[in-house]
Design a binder for this molecule. Structure first.
Ligand SMILES: [Zn+2]
Length: 291
């Protein structure tokens, strides 16, 4: 499959240019107009507050390209993406896979590198069943958004190498742990050719034990192009002891179907337009098929 055109961050993302301009401008003002230095410092502080806020708001685009919905072409086809994070989990993931099969739905699994190495066969099974495995960092550190550029690159590259080795397919998408980022992330993703994805709505199914509100949140205003977030890893358990996602998914997929929408992987949503149709079988192949 050829590499599809996708929304890319420029070599210097806009936030980096604006931030650099802010620092240089503040420096020039502080030198040229000494009395104005408190204002210059204020501008630099405000710039840092804005960069931090941009990183702590998962759906923001201040720190570079970030999918919160599928591309317009996928939405026009009535596609929707179910994304399932933090696995693979030896108990929950197999049940999720069976459930997706029963409902003829495809999903995207944002896997943690460390979990994938512990569940290699399960990770391969996800791909065998027609779903896609994408990069959700190597250790899912809660300090991810505090990492410097080298440590952040190491986290993402380690998961990328592990997932590509296990499944035979290099991930094309990255989701930050808890969606939290910092300005070092965009250049790393650009270098590894990964598209950042957050979500349209999440159900908070790692903390909510009652499937009702999780389903209500995910299904609210369901529309073509939505990217929905649920969890097979770190999943909250219902009072009956099963992962919340297992109760929520069948009903969610029913609602998606009732709305006339089709659940597809992120990779399919991106590449469907660029897929090259297989060539028509040759006369010899047709003859062999009929012999
Ligand atoms: Zn996660």
């Amino acid at each position: 499959m050829s590499s599809a055109p996708r929304e890319r961050a420029a070599a210097w993302p806009a936030y980096a240019k604006a931030s650099l301009a802010c620092h240089l401008g503040a420096g020039v003002v502080a030198v040229a107009v000494p009395d104005a230095w408190p204002w210059a410092i204020g501008a630099v502080v405000a710039n840092h507050v804005a960069l931090t806020a941009g990183g702590l708001w998962p759906r923001s685009r201040w720190l570079g390209s970030n999918w919160t919905r599928l591309p317009a072409a996928a939405a026009a086809r009535g596609e929707i993406a179910i994304t399932i994070d933090d696995g693979p989990d030896p108990v929950v993931t197999p049940a999720v896979l069976d459930l997706l099969d029963r409902h003829d739905a495809k999903a995207t699994f944002f896997c943690i590198g460390r979990h994938a190495r512990a569940e290699r066969e399960l990770c391969r099974e996800i791909v065998r069943r027609g779903h896609s495995v994408e990069n959700h960092s190597d250790r899912h550190s809660h300090r991810f958004s505090l990492l410097g550029p080298r440590a952040m690159a190491g986290e993402i590259a380690a998961a990328q190498a592990a997932l590509a080795d296990i499944t035979g397919e290099a991930p094309q998408f990255f989701r930050a742990p808890a969606g939290l980022r910092n300005p070092f992330l965009a250049p790393v993703l650009q270098r590894l050719d990964l598209q950042l994805v957050s979500w349209t709505r999440r159900g908070f199914d790692t903390v909510r034990r009652d499937p009702g509100p999780v389903l209500a949140r995910l299904g609210r205003g369901l529309a073509a192009g939505d990217i929905l977030l649920a969890h097979d890893g770190n999943a909250a358990r219902t009072e009956a002891g099963s992962a919340v996602v297992l109760t929520v998914l069948p009903q969610l997929i029913d609602r998606i179907r009732a709305a006339g929408l089709t659940p597809v992987t992120l990779a399919a949503a991106l590449h469907r337009d660029t897929l090259i149709e297989p060539a028509a079988p040759s006369a010899q192949a047709r003859a062999e098929a009929h012999s």
